[in-house]
Design a protein around this ligand. Structure first.
Ligand code: F0G
Length: 526
């Protein structure tokens, strides 16, 4: 612990100490993590965080662990870049029918591998910009051709002046009555500028897509994004209602530029406006985890499809957390009819034992040569790919027994938490989630009579206070999503039992009671 504090995470370690979360876990099995108390005795903690979504079957699942041992004992080549890699190919093949079924697309998917969620998101957006770049290159050629044709025609004596719409005159006042050369130079420059504009990405309010230098700009939580805002990527955050308004043409909160192309029509030369793809991609998490556990609906999915069509860009489903079985299907989006062009998976797909991410891109939208431009030393490593394949087999064996269990357990837990909400409507604001990705939102305590409760609410730390209490008093591990301090996120494994749900409910009941009566002493006692 001291070394961690000194050499790795000084600020975080101090924060963990202040709320009693400074445990060092030395063993993990199934639903439990174990630490030694101050007397050296082993204490078990019921882990309802599941590695923030990376562990669905339980810690160190025996069969998957056995698979990892077999691979090691067979001296399996783990890192053999620049060869035909059977693990990566086999996993991609296994994913094909599953992705087709759950997205509803008949296309094959091309799979790009990575090691983490954020890296996967970055690969997805990099690919979307490559596709946008191809479209811009074509438009650039079109623009050059149109300008050449116009120049030629005018050299041959045709009328130079263009008839401009009122809008065009307002937008380009210097064009009215300009000479031929000035006109052509202006249009060439203007088009070059438009084609040079960097891409814009659209992400939803409360989005979380990672913390690397690019993906952090797609993450809504200002605390994480703001310090790095000068680094680049332009993102527009929007609600589904705003996206809907954009599709209906009721709101134009994003500037969509047009190229100017001289075009000969029956009534002479005119300046045609040709839309330029400015937005490279729209990103959405079917169930947001880090942002506070918000669930998209079927009608939200339809809006996302419409905005994708209007903007002519891919829809990227970030299923890093919600996917890989966490919500009861490979893709949480399949439960709301979401048809993404790219699917991003990571976390649980690594079977709780390895680090792996996959970006699956519809083959019809795949940029030729992207696989040569994109690579990483650890991507496609045999251990991760083989474990992910074994994990998928587990999810889908016996007609998807594991997935059915996730759905059933999720319903059971959701029902139990809704019962708690019913008993404490003054304390709990909302219960939401899907499958085994659930959230409890507490009412704001910013006006709470008890000083400490009020202060922690102000600092966005109420959830952390409760987390420390639940861990130390009841041996239950949950945590707030980093961007939603008044929410508790619950991500159990499929091993969860009814007695454990009762245990959780008992502990939460006591917490709600303490909040109702503002019993700071009780909440701080650990
Ligand atoms: N996308 C989503 C939807 C995520 O939930 C996460 C991580 C990432 C991308 C980034 O993945 O951490 O492997 O780079 N979510 C964690 C959380 C941090 O708290 O939910 P990563």
């Amino acid at each position: 612990m001291n070394h961690y504090l000194q050499y790795c995470k000084p600020s975080l370690s101090s924060a963990l100490m202040s709320i009693g979360l400074d445990k060092t876990y030395h063993r993990a099995q199934g639903q439990y993590l174990y630490y030694k108390d101050s007397h050296g005795g082993e204490k078990a903690v019921l882990d309802l965080l599941g590695g923030y979504g990376a562990v669905l079957l339980g810690h160190n699942d025996p069969a998957l662990k056995q698979r990892a041992i077999e691979l090691l004992q067979a001296d399996t080549p783990m890192h053999h870049q620049f060869s035909i890699r059977s693990g990566a190919g086999g996993l991609a093949e296994k994913l094909q029918p599953l992705l087709k079924k759950e997205t509803g697309w008949p296309d094959d998917f091309r799979c790009a591998y990575t090691s983490t969620g954020a890296e996967s998101v970055e690969i997805a957006i990099k690919h979307s910009e490559m596709i946008r770049g191809h479209k811009l290159d074509l438009l650039s050629q079109q623009s050059e051709r149109a300008l050449e044709q116009a120049a030629l025609a005018w050299e041959q004596g045709e009328e130079v002046s263009l008839s401009l719409s009122e809008e065009q005159t307002q937008a380009h006042p210097t064009l009215q009555g300009a000479s031929r050369d000035k006109l052509l130079a202006y249009i060439r420059d203007y088009n070059a500028n438009v084609l040079q504009q960097p891409p814009v990405f659209i992400a939803l309010n409360h989005a979380f897509h990672g913390k690397l230098t690019t993906s952090i700009q797609l993450t809504h939580g200002a605390m994480y994004r703001q310090p790095f805002r000068r680094l680049g990527l332009r993102t527009e955050f929007a609600s589904i209602a705003q996206l809907d308004a954009l599709c209906r043409g009721e709101e134009a909160w994003i500037a969509l530029p047009e190229l100017l192309l001289p075009k000969k029509t029956k009534s002479g030369w005119q300046l045609a406006g040709v839309p330029v793809p400015r937005v490279a991609a729209v990103l959405a998490e079917p169930v947001q985890g880090e942002g506070g556990v918000y669930v998209l609906t079927e009608s939200d999915a339809e809006v996302l499809h419409r905005v994708r069509d209007k903007l002519g860009c891919p829809l990227i489903a970030d299923e890093v957390q919600s996917g890989s079985g966490r919500c009861g299907s490979l893709l949480a989006g399949s439960q709301i009819g979401l048809k993404p062009d790219y699917v991003v998976l990571s976390k649980a797909l690594g079977a709780g034992l390895s680090k792996l991410g996959v970006v699956a891109i519809r083959s019809g939208q795949y940029a030729d040569g992207f696989d040569i431009l994109q690579s990483s030393t650890f991507a496609e490593d045999e251990m991760s790919c083989q474990l992910a394949a074994a994990y998928l087999d587990r999810l889908f064996e016996e007609e998807g027994r594991v997935l059915a269990k996730v759905r059933d357990l999720g319903e059971l837990l959701l029902g139990a938490l809704k019962g708690l909400h019913h008993r404490y409507p003054d304390v709990i604001k909302d219960i939401r989630g899907k499958g085994l990705l659930l959230g409890i939102e507490f009412h704001s305590q910013e006006n709470a009579p008890a000083h400490l409760i009020r202060t922690s609410a102000y600092q966005g730390a109420l959830g952390y206070l409760l987390t420390g209490h639940l861990l130390n008093e009841y041996g239950i591990r949950v945590a707030p999503p980093a961007s939603a301090g008044s929410v508790l996120r619950i991500e159990p494994t499929i091993l969860l039992t009814q007695p454990q749900i009762d245990e959780l409910l008992y502990a939460l009941d006591r917490v709600c009671l303490a909040m109702r009566y503002q019993d700071t002493g009780f909440l701080m006692h650990f």
